[in-house]
Design a protein around this ligand. Structure first.
Ligand code: SF4
Length: 167
């Protein structure tokens, strides 16, 4: 996987998806480990929520992303690999309502397992740290060269594809 900032990321590779999927699996698995012993229904609800959250994000946000609007039948990016495009692509910027809906969905996914995680400080620490590492990796390695210029997290300097200075 590229770790520098050679320019805009017009295409992702399978290794990129694998890297970020493994990284995202740590907080998700930690949450599941915290929920399962307490409530099998809670775990089923969490898994259902993850699936619904993925669809929610695809519908409200990803449909506007260049990796989704590209004229190909399947989505290939850092979080979805080979996924059929269930929703019609919508080139152009997402509306404020769509951005808020996508952000609210992610917030619900993040907050839901906290009710169980607070009962186990060790798992809570792993959950928060691994989620932080994932967010930092995206912020440091992807946002400065992301082609989705309408994403609120985009950090491409001047929209030119040139990376910002790293702190
Ligand atoms: S790169 Fe991000 S915004 Fe674009 S389709 Fe993938 S998950 Fe959605």
């Amino acid at each position: 996987m590229e770790t520098g900032h050679p320019g805009p990321r017009t295409r992702y590779r399978f290794g990129d998806w694998l890297f970020y999927s493994l990284m995202a699996a740590v907080p998700l698995l930690t949450a599941a480990v915290a929920i399962y012993p307490e409530s099998i229904l809670g775990l089923i609800g969490y898994l259902a929520l993850l699936g619904a959250g993925g669809g929610w994000t695809l519908f409200f946000f990803c449909r506007h992303c260049p990796h989704y609007t590209r004229d190909e039948p399947r989505l290939k990016c850092i979080f979805f690999w080979g996924l059929p495009k269930f929703f019609q692509p919508r080139p152009g910027p997402p509306s404020l309502a769509e951005k808020l809906a996508a952000a609210a969905g992610l917030l619900v996914l993040f907050v839901f397992p906290l009710a169980w995680l607070v009962e186990d400080p060790g798992l809570l620490a792993v959950y928060l740290l691994s989620a932080g590492v994932l967010a930092a990796a995206l912020r440091r390695w992807e946002c400065p060269r992301c082609t989705f210029s309408d994403c609120p997290a985009n950090r491409v300097a001047g929209g030119t594809g040139a990376p910002e200075q790293q702190g």
